[in-house]
Design a protein around this ligand. Structure first.
Ligand code: CP
Ligand code: NVA
Length: 298
């Protein structure tokens, strides 16, 4: 029984196992030899909106033999203030695993501790581990091992997506560059904890030069809506567009975790030019999360 709460806590051999298993889960979709979640009921407990994460986990749990229930956090007593540790102790006596999307990282950690069932972080303010595992899988599917390659993240360098990239970099041995305004640079203590070959800059052209992968995410993450006007002003220009792509290695991949806001973090032309990669990323959530679910119950 294992939980995926953070990429910081995921050891390098476990990255490798999940990424390797995902190849098999993708190849064998519709004809899985084993049903590792047979007889199990999993809960999805979401406090924030979701399209990809919700659908890919619901489909994935069912295709691995499990039952799934979706709980909007506002529809259960959690939304009226029942402590997460009490919710966890109740659900832990009934369900076999939980997938949680919420604000505080401490909430998924507390749920795992008190429920004693496998708990998967489906996005917190701090991390989005399932997405970055999927992005690495998607890169390696077409480009081979990510070790030794250059990944450039452009945009809000302090939100959940770059933080999960930061914790993956040292473990998988790729160079990570983060181009962000000074107000949205990653926290120094996170960089210190992660180690690895990571360069943070305000200069997006320098960060993009020769990159193997250009990556971006929304400028206004869920929960930051009140800061939207300031963010749009400060992040203006930190965009993946046709000009920036010319600075990267020829044939470099462009990725976006979605949802995308054209004209902000990416321009419409570049988004459509790289739509095949971007929607393969979205599809791969299903395959990689099956590997995560299988790992969590083994
Ligand atoms: N990328 C991602 O997690 O998408 P959703 O917010 O739609 O789940
Ligand atoms: N940083 C974004 C990721 C969305 C998948 C957010 O938290 O809203």
């Amino acid at each position: 029984m294992k939980s995926l709460l953070s990429l910081e806590k995921l050891a390098a051999p476990e990255f490798t196992r999940i990424l390797q298993d995902a190849v098999r889960f993708k190849r064998e979709r519709g004809q899985h030899a084993t049903q590792p979640l047979a007889g199990q009921t999993w809960a999805l407990i979401f406090s924030k909106s979701s399209t990809r994460t919700r659908v890919s986990f619901e489909v994935g749990i069912r295709e691995l033999g499990g039952q799934v229930m979706f709980l909007n956090a506002n529809d259960i007593q959690l939304g009226r203030g029942e402590p997460i540790k009490d919710t966890a102790r109740v659900l832990g006596r009934m369900i076999h695993g939980a997938v949680i999307r919420t604000y505080a990282q401490s909430d998924v950690e507390e749920f795992a501790e008190y429920s004693r069932v496998p708990t998967i972080n489906a996005l917190t303010d701090d991390e989005h581990p399932c997405q970055v595992l999927t992005d690495i899988f998607t890169f390696e599917e077409t480009n081979g091992p990510i070790a030794g390659k250059v990944v450039t993240f452009i945009g809000d360098g302090a939100c959940n997506m770059p933080v999960s990239w930061i914790f993956a970099a040292a473990k998988l041995g790729f160079e990570l560059r983060i181009a962000a305004p000074k107000e949205f640079q990653p926290a120094p203590e996170i960089l210190a904890r992660a180690g690895g070959n990571i360069h943070c800059t305000t200069d997006l052209d320098a960060a993009a030069a020769g990159a193997d992968l250009l990556y971006t995410d929304v400028w206004v993450s869920m929960g930051k809506e009140a800061e939207a006007a300031d963010r749009l002003a400060l992040l203006k220009g930190y965009q993946i567009n046709a000009r920036l792509v010319t600075l990267a290695r020829p044939g470099a991949l462009v990725m976006h975790c979605l949802p995308a806001y054209r004209g902000k973090e990416i321009d419409a032309e570049t988004f459509e030019a790289h739509a095949n990669t971007i929607f393969t990323q979205a599809e791969n959530r299903l395959h990689v999360q099956k590997a995560i679910l299988n790992w969590s119950v083994s």
